[in-house]
Design a protein around this ligand. Structure first.
Ligand SMILES: Cc1cc2nc3c(=O)[nH]c(=O)nc-3n(C[C@H](O)[C@H](O)[C@H](O)COP(=O)(O)O)c2cc1C
Length: 466
């Protein structure tokens, strides 16, 4: 059996996914603003040989434009939230092996500034940084950065293509290997002839360069992506080294993985150039019965309001106010999520389901594995046979969810050869793929050497990268 990879899926906020759980007596989510919470978690994850801590992030509120954010504030629903990149700088010096993945939207940072920050972090972390590329889905986020409205869905991915072109040019093309000399005897720190301006001119960005940091151990950070619409999948196939997926069953996962790998091959990459991480939460017990009792206990804390506000389904798109939970679903008008409503209708043929029922359903949006460690290991094996390479472990509580993984599940997984027994050496990319830098077939690689060609030689056309 091949080993699975494990990431801890977290956010620098109170309530990330499992809304309401911050009230649990053992939960430390409410102290997310205390650095000790994260240092303790990061060290726990290293004890459990986790590959990476993966920070989600958003730069705005969930909900319709102009709507109330009373529920968001009450539930701690991703507000307050803090910048994950500042946090991973602290975690880089508190850990030795753990990969440090953070989300950043093309909306929130200019690519020149972002590329510089990431190179700096990858130096600090000695090559353990990963970037989850997102394009933002919130109207409020768009307004926070001066836009009238959220850019249209597929156009956001076109925006991301140009953003990547800029950062790839800076990370891969601006500095040649060997440009950094540190030659004390000759008094030459670096060789200007091997450091290049990139002179990027595109629809959204004009960036002269050169990149200010010298290349970091990975140059381009390890690249994650989440989002599985046709445009999202095509984008992942071109760029991602790992995709975060959330299909409801192994069969659905198999289809999604096969399609994305086919797309990657069509884009000149190999199918195995992308690792697929499935999101799961676990409830582990010494017997299945005990696990079910624990699940019931955890469910008592679940906030239906929180789940509904997170998905926009429980908020009226007309008034911006939450629907009362007893509202029949027939009265709910929404632009998205109709399939979830239909699914619930079919499950409750005897009566008209309500908004409250929907909340309970949404709370199970990510597959949940409940039972003894052996049962959970069986399930993971089934998912692995369907093609997943790793798990993004969604927590109920910081830090107990991860401690339980280490104590009960990890030994069983190790015994079956499903989890590693020690960390590999080197950068995060080397541990996933065996090399520090992106392979030549990745689109970032086309910028290597592109700016050192004589002026007469044609530079790669902008459009070729799209
Ligand atoms: C599992 C998962 C995790 C995501 N995490 C984030 C996140 O942390 N921040 C964010 O702005 N968007 C996040 N997204 C949104 C995606 O990046 C993407 O914008 C969204 O899914 C819409 O793209 P799609 O239509 O291609 O699926 C996430 C999506 C998924 C499925």
């Amino acid at each position: 059996m091949a080993e699975l990879h494990f990431n801890a899926f977290v956010m620098n906020t109170v309530s990330h996914i499992q809304h309401g759980l911050w009230r649990h007596p053992e939960a430390k989510q409410a102290d997310f603003d205390d650095i000790d919470t994260w240092i303790e978690l990061a060290r726990t994850l290293e004890e459990g040989l986790f590959d990476a801590i993966f920070f989600a992030d958003v730069v705005g509120l969930y909900g319709p434009l102009g709507g109330s954010y009373e529920v968001n504030a009450r539930e701690g629903l991703q507000i307050p939230n803090h910048d994950p990149s500042a946090l991973i700088s602290a975690l880089a010096v508190s850990t030795e092996h753990l990969g440090l993945a953070f989300t950043s939207s093309v909306l929130q940072a200019h690519p020149f500034e972002f590329a510089r920050r990431v190179s700096t972090l990858d130096h600090v972390a000695r090559g353990r940084v990963a970037w989850n590329i997102v394009t933002s889905t919130q109207e409020n986020a768009a307004r926070n950065f001066g836009h009238e409205r959220l850019t249209e869905h597929d156009e956001r991915y076109a925006w991301a293509e140009e953003y990547l072109e800029v950062v790839y040019k800076l990370w891969e093309g601006s500095w040649e290997d060997g440009a950094l000399l540190k030659d004390r005897a000759r008094g030459v720190f670096s060789d200007a002839s091997r450091i290049h301006k990139i002179n990027h001119v595109g629809p959204r960005y004009r960036v002269e360069g050169p990149h200010l940091p010298a290349p970091s151990p990975q140059r381009t950070p390890f690249l994650f992506q989440a989002g599985s619409s046709p445009a999202g999948r095509a984008f992942a196939a071109r760029h991602a080294e790992a995709q975060f997926i959330t299909p409801p069953s192994p069969e659905a996962a198999a289809g999604l993985i096969r399609e994305t790998r086919d797309l990657a091959r069509a884009a000149g990459r190999r199918g195995e150039d992308i690792k697929f991480f499935q999101g799961f939460s676990f409830v582990i017990g010494s017997t299945d019965e005990e696990a079910r009792r624990k699940e019931e206990d955890l469910e008592r804390f679940i906030s239906v309001d929180g789940f509904l506000a997170h998905t926009n389904l429980g908020v009226s798109q007309d008034t911006g106010e939450p629907y009362p939970p007893e509202t029949p679903l027939a009265e709910v008008r929404t632009n998205g999520g109709r399939s979830q409503i239909e699914w619930l209708r079919q499950r409750n043929p005897g009566r008209e389901p309500t908004v409250g029922d929907l909340g309970a359903l949404v709370a199970r949006r990510h597959p949940r594995l409940v039972g003894t460690p052996e049962r959970i290991a069986d399930e993971l094996q089934r998912w692995q046979e369907a093609g997943i390479d790793g798990v993004n472990l969604i927590n109920w509580t910081l830090t107990p969810s991860y401690r339980e993984f280490n104590e009960y599940l990890l030994p069983v997984l190790q015994k079956r050869g499903l989890a590693k027994r020690e960390y590999g050496k080197g950068t995060l990319r080397a541990r996933f793929f065996g090399h520090d830098r992106l392979p030549d077939r990745h689109p970032a690689a086309r910028w290597r050497g592109a700016f050192s060609r004589p002026a007469a030689a044609p530079a790669p056309a902008l459009a070729e990268t799209v």
